[in-house]
Design a protein around this ligand. Sequence first.
Ligand code: S3P
Length: 432
Amino acid sequence: MNQKIYPSDSLRGTLTLPADKSISHRAALFASIAGKESNITNFSQADDPQSTLACLRQLGVPVEQRSNHSVTIKGVGRSGLHTPDKPLDCGNSGTTMRLLSGIVGGCGLEATLSGDKSLNQRPMRRIIDPLREMGVEIEARKGEYAPLQIKGRKENTSLDFTLPIASAQLKSCVLLAGLFGTDDTIVREKLQSRDHTERLLNLRIEEKEGSGRKIFSNNQVQIPEQSYRVPADFSAASFWLVAGAIHPDAEIEMTGVGLNPTRTALLDILNEMGADISVYNETNEGREPVGDLIVKSSSLKATNISSDVVPNCIDEIPILAVAMLFAEGTSVIRGAEELRHKETDRLKAIADIFTKVGASFEVFEDGLKIQGNPTFIPERARLDSYDDHRIAMSAAVLTLLGDGPSLIRNAEVAKISYPTFWEDLQTLVLTN
Ligand code: S3P
């Protein structure tokens, strides 16, 4: 689908955002190995979490999905998963592949995990090495890419693992495999990435100033039932937070948004840049903080982002780069080389798009230097989504301020995380 974007005079309205993708994956995965039935409400309808549900069904987990977006999962316990009769299709979802590898490998099943063209080119060595150290027999295409063939577990070895990269998927993979071992598996992290796994499994954590966090898992951990409402996705909110802040006539409200501090660095960064954002009605959904947000047209100034905050805005960097184009002064993003290993090489995709709309910037191996200008008017352009949901949505926000209609190719990819993105955009443009 080609999506035409018309610059709009105003952006106004209240949105009900899609459910959080990271929490939906985890709710389903953890519910499946819990001993009880879980009732998850507001489960994400986006393609990625639906890939997780499909894989769980293939593993023999009873999953019932209702039209009101609630999902009932009858947990089969740690030893109740079945050997699937065909490869598990993880679609475009890195979270499905990396977390499910931890569970399948941990419990000693034989299964092949495969994905679409993009996922089968993303780095898997990061999970293969620790899983092998834990006794999982695993083979990969060219030694490092999916399809991953998990051939069971020779021994059940616990692992004391220091994360070489700040990745919540890697951290979760190892902790999930650790749930099947008698001795403690310990994951040590210096920079804290999103902590949904630790929260939702209620894992033991030790934290010392200066030496980072230690997270523990073993087969004594009681896997809690996952009966709660999934918050709205902060990463989805981020597109509208930036759109509202950079647009000269905007007021956008979003309710029930996940505000886990390991996810909301974009909020702090935008506030520091001078954005007019209010957070109110703060409460909790299950083990996760949530709140309502309102963003209004703002005057932004430039800022710098370094490696210590990158893990807490890893998915928001493309849209933050858009915000920086409209901020007074020069902004710099460093320490973001992980962006090159996402659904597409996101630094390259941003650079291509910025070139096409006439922006002033420089790209590095690990970031960007962006010359901002509050009166910048992007040139109309034909842009590609690079088959990456977050690039498609970032391009849409950028071209809303363009000098004429722009076009985004393969825009349907937004449904990987945000199935109603294009409808929500229409709502904001049409509401007066
Ligand atoms: C995710 C972790 C992040 C993020 C991805 C979702 C998760 O990936 O980019 O969209 O749910 O754990 P990494 O852990 O690879 O950084």
